[in-house]
Design a protein around this ligand. Structure first.
Ligand SMILES: [Fe+2]
Length: 254
């Protein structure tokens, strides 16, 4: 589905997915990545993630066609997987989220870096993120996050709010059926990160907005502390709480 909303800040970064240009070898890399990740995800992935994956009929054996994914997703929650050229500045990123367009890269990692890429690729973006966008409460949270952040130009405040994104969208956990399940894209798409969290090296605490806001993001090491929600309503409500504090000019943390 073509993006029809105006995205003036993001416009320079919007691109097309040249699906026909992917090689057989690249489709094979996608299939290999999915094959490697699925056993752990089927066991430890959040119910909502697994439902989303099934709903969107994400392919196992070939790279996803973003227009086809968007068509299914849009019918369900109004979200799009919108192709972008790569890293985007924050205002453009927030503008896209606010318009229910998820910035999605089209390049794929090579076979010699299956486990790690310094920048997100299509596997991280689609396999890791997109299934959650089929869940209405998560979809609403993400749009709200974008709308709220798009109105803020204080870097220090944005960095603090970015911690909420990091500890939910990227590295979020949820308790289901008495166990910790993963839904954050960084955990879904990486065996190393996911195994670290499911093992004994990472402490899992109940999601608490104030503690999340006090916990800096460290991108260059495995996590020692992550947060588990009880339901997705929690993160939706956390954004409202945060927005209320900012609008009233009060401290971000209670
Ligand atoms: Fe991500």
């Amino acid at each position: 589905m073509a993006t029809t909303v105006a995205l003036p800040k993001a416009a320079p970064f919007l691109t097309e997915q040249d699906y026909a240009a992917y090689t057989t070898a690249q489709h094979g890399i996608w299939a290999e990545l999915v094959r490697r990740r699925m056993p752990q995800i089927e066991q430890h992935g959040a119910r909502e993630y697994l439902d989303g994956f099934e709903t969107l009929c994400l392919p196992f054996d070939r790279l996803p066609n973003l227009a086809a994914v968007s068509a299914k997703l849009h019918r369900r929650t109004g979200w799009n997987t919108t192709p972008v050229s790569g890293f985007m500045p924050a205002p453009a990123f927030f503008e896209m989220l606010a318009a229910r367009c998820f910035p999605t890269t089209t390049w794929l990692r090579s076979r010699d870096s299956l486990e790690y890429t310094p920048e997100p690729d299509i596997f991280h973006d689609v396999f890791g993120h997109v299934p959650m966008h089929a869940r209405p409460v998560f979809a609403d949270f993400l749009e709200h996050y974008g709308q709220h952040c798009a109105r803020i130009d204080d870097e220090a405040i944005l960095e603090r709010i970015g911690r909420v994104f990091w500890y939910t969208v990227e590295f979020g956990l949820i308790r289901q059926d008495g166990r910790v399940k993963v839904y954050g894209s960084g955990l879904i798409s990486s065996d190393g990160e996911c195994s670290n969290v499911l093992g004994s090296r990472c402490t899992v605490r109940a999601f608490n907005l104030n503690e999340v806001l006090r916990t800096p993001v460290k991108v260059d090491e495995m996590h020692h502390l992550l947060f588990a929600i009880e339901s997705f309503d929690e993160i939706y409500e956390a954004m409202h709480t945060l927005e209320g504090r900012i609008n009233q000019g009060s401290r971000l943390e209670d």
